[in-house]
Design a protein around this ligand. Structure first.
Ligand SMILES: C[S@@+](CC[C@H](N)C(=O)[O-])C[C@H]1O[C@@H](n2cnc3c(N)ncnc32)[C@H](O)[C@@H]1O
Length: 202
Protein backbone atom coordinates (compact mmCIF):
# COMPACT_ATOMS: atom_id res chain seq x y z
CA UNK A 1 0.00 0.00 0.00
CA UNK A 2 3.00 2.36 0.23
CA UNK A 3 4.11 2.29 -3.40
CA UNK A 4 2.43 3.56 -6.54
CA UNK A 5 1.86 0.17 -8.28
CA UNK A 6 -0.55 -1.07 -5.58
CA UNK A 7 -2.55 2.17 -5.83
CA UNK A 8 -2.51 1.98 -9.63
CA UNK A 9 -4.05 -1.46 -9.34
CA UNK A 10 -6.61 -0.28 -6.79
CA UNK A 11 -7.69 2.54 -9.08
CA UNK A 12 -7.68 0.43 -12.26
CA UNK A 13 -11.02 -1.36 -11.74
CA UNK A 14 -14.54 -0.17 -12.41
CA UNK A 15 -15.47 0.40 -8.81
CA UNK A 16 -15.12 3.76 -7.08
CA UNK A 17 -12.80 3.37 -4.06
CA UNK A 18 -13.78 6.43 -1.99
CA UNK A 19 -17.16 8.00 -1.25
CA UNK A 20 -16.55 11.19 -3.22
CA UNK A 21 -17.50 13.19 -0.13
CA UNK A 22 -15.03 15.76 1.19
CA UNK A 23 -13.05 14.86 4.30
CA UNK A 24 -14.49 16.04 7.62
CA UNK A 25 -11.46 18.08 8.75
CA UNK A 26 -11.13 19.77 5.36
CA UNK A 27 -14.74 20.96 5.58
CA UNK A 28 -14.19 22.03 9.21
CA UNK A 29 -11.12 24.12 8.43
CA UNK A 30 -11.36 25.28 4.81
CA UNK A 31 -14.98 26.47 4.96
CA UNK A 32 -13.82 29.60 6.79
CA UNK A 33 -10.96 30.41 4.38
CA UNK A 34 -11.15 32.78 1.43
CA UNK A 35 -11.02 30.66 -1.76
CA UNK A 36 -7.81 31.24 -3.69
CA UNK A 37 -5.37 28.54 -4.81
CA UNK A 38 -5.05 25.09 -3.24
CA UNK A 39 -2.94 21.95 -3.58
CA UNK A 40 -4.26 18.56 -2.39
CA UNK A 41 -1.49 15.96 -2.16
CA UNK A 42 -2.63 12.32 -2.19
CA UNK A 43 -5.90 13.49 -3.73
CA UNK A 44 -7.00 10.00 -4.81
CA UNK A 45 -10.27 10.18 -6.73
CA UNK A 46 -10.53 13.93 -6.15
CA UNK A 47 -13.35 14.28 -3.59
CA UNK A 48 -11.58 17.09 -1.71
CA UNK A 49 -10.38 18.77 -4.91
CA UNK A 50 -13.92 18.91 -6.27
CA UNK A 51 -15.38 20.20 -3.00
CA UNK A 52 -12.80 23.02 -2.91
CA UNK A 53 -13.33 23.86 -6.60
CA UNK A 54 -17.10 24.02 -6.05
CA UNK A 55 -16.40 26.65 -3.39
CA UNK A 56 -14.41 28.81 -5.75
CA UNK A 57 -10.87 27.55 -5.16
CA UNK A 58 -8.53 26.91 -8.08
CA UNK A 59 -7.14 23.51 -7.15
CA UNK A 60 -4.24 21.29 -8.13
CA UNK A 61 -4.79 17.64 -7.26
CA UNK A 62 -1.56 15.68 -6.80
CA UNK A 63 -1.02 11.96 -6.38
CA UNK A 64 1.57 9.39 -7.41
CA UNK A 65 -1.08 7.25 -9.09
CA UNK A 66 -1.79 8.11 -12.73
CA UNK A 67 -4.99 6.03 -12.57
CA UNK A 68 -6.12 7.94 -9.49
CA UNK A 69 -5.47 11.26 -11.19
CA UNK A 70 -7.33 10.15 -14.33
CA UNK A 71 -10.35 9.20 -12.21
CA UNK A 72 -10.16 12.48 -10.31
CA UNK A 73 -10.05 14.45 -13.57
CA UNK A 74 -13.08 12.54 -14.84
CA UNK A 75 -15.00 13.24 -11.61
CA UNK A 76 -14.09 16.93 -11.81
CA UNK A 77 -15.37 17.01 -15.38
CA UNK A 78 -18.64 15.33 -14.32
CA UNK A 79 -19.00 17.80 -11.43
CA UNK A 80 -18.55 20.73 -13.82
CA UNK A 81 -15.38 22.07 -12.18
CA UNK A 82 -12.73 20.92 -14.67
CA UNK A 83 -11.85 24.53 -15.47
CA UNK A 84 -10.89 25.12 -11.80
CA UNK A 85 -8.68 22.03 -11.48
CA UNK A 86 -5.41 20.66 -12.74
CA UNK A 87 -3.43 17.55 -11.92
CA UNK A 88 0.15 16.84 -10.91
CA UNK A 89 1.73 13.39 -10.68
CA UNK A 90 4.17 13.53 -7.77
CA UNK A 91 5.56 11.31 -5.05
CA UNK A 92 5.05 13.18 -1.78
CA UNK A 93 8.24 11.63 -0.38
CA UNK A 94 10.35 13.48 -2.96
CA UNK A 95 7.97 16.40 -3.49
CA UNK A 96 9.52 19.78 -4.30
CA UNK A 97 7.34 22.84 -4.83
CA UNK A 98 9.38 23.87 -7.90
CA UNK A 99 8.60 27.54 -7.25
CA UNK A 100 4.83 26.97 -7.11
CA UNK A 101 2.99 28.37 -4.09
CA UNK A 102 -0.58 27.81 -2.91
CA UNK A 103 -2.81 29.56 -0.37
CA UNK A 104 -3.89 26.18 1.01
CA UNK A 105 -1.86 22.99 0.94
CA UNK A 106 -3.83 20.02 2.21
CA UNK A 107 -3.29 16.28 2.53
CA UNK A 108 -5.53 13.58 3.97
CA UNK A 109 -4.60 9.99 4.83
CA UNK A 110 -1.42 9.84 2.76
CA UNK A 111 0.50 7.75 5.35
CA UNK A 112 4.00 7.17 3.99
CA UNK A 113 5.64 4.27 5.87
CA UNK A 114 7.78 4.38 8.99
CA UNK A 115 7.18 7.89 10.25
CA UNK A 116 7.66 9.47 6.82
CA UNK A 117 4.90 12.01 7.37
CA UNK A 118 7.26 14.39 9.20
CA UNK A 119 9.44 14.76 6.11
CA UNK A 120 6.38 14.99 3.83
CA UNK A 121 4.96 17.76 6.03
CA UNK A 122 8.25 19.68 5.74
CA UNK A 123 8.14 19.32 1.95
CA UNK A 124 4.50 20.44 1.73
CA UNK A 125 5.20 23.48 3.92
CA UNK A 126 7.56 24.61 1.15
CA UNK A 127 4.56 25.02 -1.17
CA UNK A 128 2.54 27.31 1.14
CA UNK A 129 2.34 30.96 0.10
CA UNK A 130 2.96 33.69 2.70
CA UNK A 131 -0.28 34.09 4.68
CA UNK A 132 -1.45 30.66 3.49
CA UNK A 133 -2.43 27.52 5.40
CA UNK A 134 -1.14 23.96 5.66
CA UNK A 135 -3.63 21.24 6.69
CA UNK A 136 -2.27 17.74 7.36
CA UNK A 137 -4.70 15.02 8.45
CA UNK A 138 -4.14 11.31 9.01
CA UNK A 139 -5.12 8.41 11.21
CA UNK A 140 -3.93 8.60 14.79
CA UNK A 141 -2.71 5.24 16.14
CA UNK A 142 -5.66 3.30 17.52
CA UNK A 143 -6.68 -0.14 18.72
CA UNK A 144 -9.02 -0.25 15.70
CA UNK A 145 -5.98 -0.82 13.49
CA UNK A 146 -4.29 -3.68 15.38
CA UNK A 147 -4.80 -6.04 12.43
CA UNK A 148 -2.41 -3.95 10.31
CA UNK A 149 1.29 -4.63 9.70
CA UNK A 150 4.00 -2.93 11.75
CA UNK A 151 4.83 -0.61 8.85
CA UNK A 152 1.20 0.46 8.58
CA UNK A 153 0.94 1.18 12.28
CA UNK A 154 4.15 3.22 12.15
CA UNK A 155 2.68 5.19 9.25
CA UNK A 156 0.04 6.59 11.58
CA UNK A 157 0.89 9.67 13.58
CA UNK A 158 -0.17 12.19 16.20
CA UNK A 159 -0.53 15.80 15.11
CA UNK A 160 2.13 16.96 17.60
CA UNK A 161 4.72 14.63 16.03
CA UNK A 162 4.60 16.79 12.89
CA UNK A 163 5.45 20.06 14.68
CA UNK A 164 9.24 19.74 14.14
CA UNK A 165 8.55 19.82 10.38
CA UNK A 166 7.12 23.34 10.47
CA UNK A 167 9.51 26.08 9.34
CA UNK A 168 9.99 29.02 11.75
CA UNK A 169 7.57 31.28 9.93
CA UNK A 170 4.63 28.89 10.51
CA UNK A 171 2.23 29.30 13.43
CA UNK A 172 0.36 26.13 14.49
CA UNK A 173 -3.39 26.83 14.83
CA UNK A 174 -4.74 23.30 15.42
CA UNK A 175 -2.67 20.42 16.83
CA UNK A 176 -5.02 17.70 18.01
CA UNK A 177 -6.65 14.32 17.52
CA UNK A 178 -10.30 14.72 16.55
CA UNK A 179 -12.74 11.85 17.12
CA UNK A 180 -14.78 10.78 14.10
CA UNK A 181 -17.27 8.01 13.41
CA UNK A 182 -16.51 6.01 10.27
CA UNK A 183 -18.03 2.98 8.56
CA UNK A 184 -15.60 0.24 7.44
CA UNK A 185 -16.90 -2.83 5.65
CA UNK A 186 -20.37 -2.07 6.97
CA UNK A 187 -19.17 -1.72 10.59
CA UNK A 188 -19.32 1.59 12.46
CA UNK A 189 -16.02 2.41 14.19
CA UNK A 190 -14.62 5.31 16.19
CA UNK A 191 -11.37 6.73 14.82
CA UNK A 192 -9.29 9.80 15.56
CA UNK A 193 -8.06 12.18 12.88
CA UNK A 194 -4.60 13.54 13.71
CA UNK A 195 -5.09 17.15 12.60
CA UNK A 196 -2.43 19.80 12.09
CA UNK A 197 -3.42 23.22 10.76
CA UNK A 198 -0.71 25.85 10.53
CA UNK A 199 -0.54 29.32 8.98
CA UNK A 200 2.51 30.76 7.31
CA UNK A 201 3.09 34.37 8.37
CA UNK A 202 2.41 36.93 5.61
C1 LIG B 1 -6.00 6.64 1.63
S1 LIG B 1 -5.96 7.41 0.06
C2 LIG B 1 -6.70 8.98 0.43
C3 LIG B 1 -7.25 9.69 -0.77
C4 LIG B 1 -7.89 11.05 -0.46
N1 LIG B 1 -6.95 11.97 0.13
C5 LIG B 1 -9.06 10.87 0.46
O1 LIG B 1 -8.95 11.22 1.64
O2 LIG B 1 -10.08 10.35 0.00
C6 LIG B 1 -4.25 7.82 -0.10
C7 LIG B 1 -3.90 8.44 -1.43
O3 LIG B 1 -2.57 8.89 -1.36
C8 LIG B 1 -1.87 8.47 -2.51
N2 LIG B 1 -0.47 8.31 -2.07
C9 LIG B 1 0.00 7.41 -1.17
N3 LIG B 1 1.32 7.59 -1.00
C10 LIG B 1 1.68 8.60 -1.82
C11 LIG B 1 2.91 9.26 -2.09
N4 LIG B 1 4.05 8.87 -1.50
N5 LIG B 1 2.92 10.28 -2.97
C12 LIG B 1 1.77 10.68 -3.59
N6 LIG B 1 0.58 10.09 -3.39
C13 LIG B 1 0.53 9.07 -2.50
C14 LIG B 1 -2.53 7.19 -2.97
O4 LIG B 1 -2.34 6.96 -4.36
C15 LIG B 1 -3.99 7.48 -2.60
O5 LIG B 1 -4.67 8.08 -3.66
Amino acid sequence: MFEAPSWEERYSGEQQVWSGNPNTQLVAEASALTPRTALDVGCGEGGDVIWLAQRGWTVTGADFSANGLARAARHAEEAGVADRTDWWQVDARTFAAEGRQFDLVTTHFLHPPDGGMVDVTRRLAGAVAPGGHLLVVGHAPSGVFTQLSDSHRKAMFLAEELLPALPDDFEPLVVEQRPRTAVRDGVTIEVEDATLLARRRA
